[in-house]
Design a protein around this ligand. Structure first.
Ligand SMILES: C[S@@+](CC[C@H](N)C(=O)[O-])C[C@H]1O[C@@H](n2cnc3c(N)ncnc32)[C@H](O)[C@@H]1O
Length: 215
């Protein structure tokens, strides 16, 4: 297994990449591959939900469509992505609240949320332990979290299959750099052990990993 190669510590900022990412994330949503079903299966039920690294916002917006949320908040490091999440929330007719911020130091009070979700963002976090501690801090006691992401140890055949089906084509190199930056389940289990989310359950699936638990 090759070592991780860091992709970014600043999120996705470039306007052209953000534009293409919106189209890509829309395709993933339409295929039902964006982790929403895993989040619901993990016990996320609604209430005041925080999405970490929402990007164009489809994951939280789909969750809000499927569950009855009291509120949907997003914490996103990229101003360019925030413009898309706000536009997409308006298109869904959902009044989500997106905040510019870094998940390693989130601008929210302690115990502010009933649930925290995140998809495809973990491999970009500069210090996942700090982010896990922040997720724990902003969750109320008994609140649930579900963090899904790619995993680096995915089988090469699956990698090739997903690479070739990735649209728009200009996102294909980004898929590979994201996979190279992603963690394996055992690496993430080790990081979690050093964080406030140490009681989390980690599982691997077809193309990624899923971290779930309760505060
Ligand atoms: C690959 S995108 C995934 C977007 C979306 N969750 C999805 O599944 O389509 C990762 C997102 O996480 C954001 N991000 C990366 N590091 C972050 C951080 N430290 N704090 C908040 N957001 C971050 C990026 O800017 C980007 O919008």
């Amino acid at each position: 297994m090759k070592a991780r190669v860091i992709e970014t510590n600043e999120g996705i900022q470039n306007e052209i990449t953000v534009d293409a990412f919106d189209v890509f994330a829309r395709n993933i949503r339409d295929k039902g591959w964006n982790g929403v079903d895993s989040m619901i299966a993990s016990g996320i039920k609604g209430g005041n939900v925080l999405e970490v690294g929402p990007g164009p916002g489809y994951v939280g917006l789909e969750l809000a469509k499927k569950l009855c949320l009291t509120s949907l908040t997003g914490c996103e490091i990229s101003p360019a992505m925030l413009r898309f999440s706000e536009k997409n929330a308006a298109e869904y007719g959902i009044s989500a609240h997106y905040v510019l911020g870094n998940c390693m130091n989130m601008p929210f009070r302690d115990k502010n949320f009933d649930a925290v979700i995140s998809n495809g963002s973990l491999h970009e976090w500069e210090n996942p332990i700090l982010a896990f501690n922040e997720i724990y801090r902003v969750l109320r006691t008994g609140g649930r979290y579900c963090i899904t992401d790619l995993r680096r140890d995915v089988h090469p055949l699956k990698k090739a299959m997903v690479y070739l089906s990735t649209q728009p084509k200009e996102m294909r190199p980004g898929l590979i750099t994201s996979l190279n930056a992603a963690y394996t389940a055992s690496e993430i289990t080790e990081l979690l052990r050093h964080s406030d989310l140490r009681s989390a359950t980690v599982s691997s699936n077809f193309f990624g990993l899923c971290i779930t638990g309760e505060k």
